[in-house]
Design a protein around this ligand. Structure first.
Ligand SMILES: Cc1cc2nc3c(=O)[nH]c(=O)nc-3n(C[C@H](O)[C@H](O)[C@H](O)COP(=O)(O)OP(=O)(O)OC[C@H]3O[C@@H](n4cnc5c(N)ncnc54)[C@H](O)[C@@H]3O)c2cc1C
Length: 522
């Protein structure tokens, strides 16, 4: 067992920002990641992050807030949106660009040159060509590694949050409120260890991998959401899963994102007959309509034509920009699959992309459980409402990571963390039977196809009910297995995935109203 002032679980933009800020304020920080530092959704972000362009670009916090609210379909929390719009872009500039030196593309004036994206009414997206996330993650990782107050534990997986009275030894703790004091972690030696902390910040990212078609990496399994749920934290808005309209469609291969910025810069969506079908679905905004509208339009177009995909034509972008210089990653991904984007439209389908719901937090990232903060995609600040505006999630992770760290350090000072002796040790499962990889893979297929087919872009009560029954059955089987088999990452991820699937399905069933990215045809 170890202890620290602030335990941060997750090392994407939100976790690294939190760790750096807490350490700058003098806290001893432990940063835990289930992979190595640098493997995160953050690294995969292509398009960019909302910045602060010079006044000549005609932008303002009010305009940004209005765009976020419009995308969020009337469900955004106004004070969270205002905070992001007023403080986020300046933090992006000062912290990421000035302090960490993220290599954003610069204009002739030496300032970051903003690009356009769908549903943004001004050019305000800072980007490092089309690998912005990688550039940001690299800079954050370097800073975290160099900081003397941050201890990095790679390859350790959050199993559960350490709470009292649940994990306390004193039976009279039952009269006290539930409180978080750190976490149980699965180590590379397959043992479970405790880290005690005055404050814990969850920054474990999203759950896109629960869907068959997704832009997310395989680590996005909803671990933090499931752990927070088990610890009884308040969870909200789980029905709002954002589907990205354009991922490259290659049968039997994982989907790869083709960034929003392509449509922002003029790429057209076409059906097999070469028609710009968005004229039927969003005649004014066309390809620049919010993601939910574009994703549904593609879904309906595919349903009406029976086609497996539609196409994204990049040639209008090539006519005005040097595609090789601006979108090198997109071009290399397409060419690796045998396509030539300068000559032919790219086959695309929508895919699960971003989780708008999460652990409910306030403006400082506090959850409903004392001692626990949540930041980044695992959290729901209310900024995204029923649908996220492109390029706002990196910014939200940065701002809330920063703010939560400040509050965690201030509130954590002087708090008395339970002693080692006051807490229960982990009791390892007694069963000798190790997990059968084939069973785990089959259960994963079950989760991913069920959510894609029954809780995807278009939902009905009948499908959701069927899925809820199936996932309920799976849940009981996996829980029994979890209690008997020696722990491993695959078992833990599957257990978390099924828990999150049930949260999504329950929320989707309880909400009959179509709004943003939750769309019920019944
Ligand atoms: C392909 C793609 C493109 C995107 N493009 C953009 C974009 O252009 N602009 C934008 O704003 N957003 C974009 N997004 C969304 C954005 O990248 C994410 O919302 C954001 O990076 C989430 O950051 P995070 O810090 O919350 O989590 P992540 O970056 O996902 O980091 C999660 C961290 O938690 C760790 N972790 C997870 N579970 C555990 C566990 N059980 N134990 C220990 N550690 C754990 C992981 O190892 C990782 O370090 C994109 C997403 C994808 C997938």
């Amino acid at each position: 067992m170890t202890s620290c002032d602030v335990l941060v679980v997750g090392g994407g933009i939100a976790g690294c920002a939190a760790a750096l800020r807490a350490a700058d304020l003098g806290a001893d920080v432990t940063l835990v990641l289930k992979d190595t530092l640098g493997e995160s959704n953050t690294s995969w972000a292509q398009g960019g992050i909302v910045g602060l362009p010079p006044a000549s670009y005609g932008d303002s916090p009010e305009l940004l807030a209005a765009d976020i609210e419009a995308a969020g379909a009337g469900l955004c929390r106004p004070e969270a949106v205002r905070l992001l719009a007023q403080e986020g872009p300046a933090l992006c500039r000062e912290f990421l660009w000035k302090r960490l030196g993220v290599p954003f593309d610069l204009g002739a004036d030496g300032e970051p040159e903003p690009t356009a994206e769908a549903a943004h009414s001004a050019r305000r997206i800072f980007h490092a060509r089309d690998f912005t996330g990688q550039a940001i993650q690299d800079a954050l990782s370097e800073a975290v590694k160099a900081h003397g107050r941050i201890r990095i534990l790679e390859g350790r997986m959050l199993v559960d949050l350490l709470t009292t009275p649940h994990h306390g030894r004193d039976p009279r703790g039952v009269y006290d409120p539930i409180r978080v004091w750190g976490a149980y972690l699965l180590d590379s030696d397959k043992q479970v260890h405790r880290v005690r902390a005055a404050r814990t910040i969850l920054a474990t990212g999203g759950l896109g991998y629960l869907y068959l078609h997704t832009s997310n990496p395989a680590g996005a399994t909803g671990d933090g959401l499931a752990a927070a749920y088990r610890a009884t934290a308040r969870i909200v808005n789980c029905e709002y899963i954002q589907f990205h309209p354009t991922t490259l469609y290659v049968p039997h291969k994982p989907r790869t994102l083709l960034t929003e910025a392509l449509r922002g810069e003029g790429a057209h969506l076409l059906n097999r007959r070469g028609e710009r079908f968005m004229t039927k679905y969003a005649p004014e905004a066309m390809e620049l309509a919010p993601r939910d509208i574009v994703s549904r339009a593609i879904f309906q177009e595919m349903a009406s034509t029976g086609d497996s995909n539609v196409f994204l034509d990049l040639t209008p972008v090539a006519a005005k920009l040097d595609l090789e210089a601006r979108f090198p990653k997109v071009l290399s991904v397409c060419r690796a699959e045998g396509f030539e984007p300068l000559r032919q439209p790219m086959p695309v389908v929508p895919a699960a992309h971003y989780f708008c719901g999460g652990v409910a937090v306030d403006l400082e990232g506090r959850t409903s459980l004392p001692g626990l903060f949540a930041v980044g995609e695992v959290a729901c600040t209310g900024v995204h409402g029923a649908n996220r505006l492109a390029s706002t999630s990196l910014l939200e992770g940065l701002l809330w990571g920063y703010r939560a760290a400040e509050t965690a350090v201030t509130e954590g000072r002087g708090s008395t963390v339970p002693s080692e002796a006051a807490l229960k040790a982990w009791i390892p499962a007694q069963g000798p039977e190790a997990a059968d990889p084939l069973l785990i893979e089959q259960d994963w297929n079950n989760v991913r196809t069920t959510l894609w087919n029954y809780a995807g872009i278009v939902r009905t009560r009948a499908r959701l009910e069927r899925a809820r029954g199936d996932m309920g059955h799976l849940y009981h089987r996996i829980e029994a297995f979890y209690r008997e088999a020696p722990l491993s990452r695959p078992i833990l991820e599957l257990r978390n995935a099924v828990t999150c699937a049930r949260l999504i399905l329950k929320a989707a069933l309880l909400n009959p109203e179509s709004r943003g990215c939750h769309y019920r045809v019944d």
